[in-house]
Design a protein. Sequence first.
Length: 319
Amino acid sequence: MKALVFDGELKLVTTHPDPERRPGEALIRMGVAGICNTDLEITRGYMDYTGVLGHEFVGTVEQSEDDTLVGKRVAGEINLPCGACETCRRGLGNHCPTREVLGMVGGRGAFAEFLTLPEANLHVVPDDVTDDEAVFTEPLAAACEILRQVDVELGAKVCVLGDGKLGLLVVQVLESFADEITLVGKSLDKIHRVGSSAVQRVLAEEFEISPRFDVVVDCTGSPSGFTTAMQLVRPRGTLVLKTTAVDAEPVNLAPIVVNEVTIVGSRCGPFDQALRILEEHQVDTTPLVSARFDIAQALDAFRTAAKPTTLKVLIDFAR
């Protein structure tokens, strides 16, 4: 099969071995997969990963021990825990120390014509949700995770830093909960792509830095995002970190202690909630798609995704 593989160098392999379905797994024919910032960071050295890239996808189940799944369109959770260790027994399988993570740990990823995943990881996509919407299930679930971790009280002032794919999803998820939400980005075009007229949109170069927000969400994808976020969160406020980057910057921890700031690392989230939001059209993903390529053009797709002006790039396996 064709697959996009990273082994220190990004390569399109046309004779990659087809995956072998293990007991309890389903074989999925890929439909559409999305390139995210984490994929780009992996090609820069993040996670020291080698193997097939990609973790955002929608596909069709071709084989499964569960007959009700065969022929269904599915999105899949990216963590594959062992299910037996103490962490898993505590219900924290997403943090299993020996887990495989799709496209990040273990070698298997979604930028391939076929993929195997445990049936327990799969969520059937509602009929009213298109492939181009369903491919956003994983990052939308990550945006929803903020609401499971942080009590965004009515009347809260929220600032979202970053006008990339995730930042624009986070704004749409949080704007119905916050009394005031501000989106800060570098592109005038991007900050106006989604959200209601109630969202305040400011270019980073024009933004007044002062500690006035109850909740600040760092979706910048930049190591400097944390420092900026710390300058915006009020005393006893909450800073939510969504950025993963291979580079790092020195961090002054003193303000965290002095201002008693709560720091929340936030990662994967609830797929069922994300699919329900997509089905009910509570978010708009259409403005987030910048380009589409077939798998044979995957290297061009990555070059396009790395451009600062680009949002979501899709790899369409049906083309």
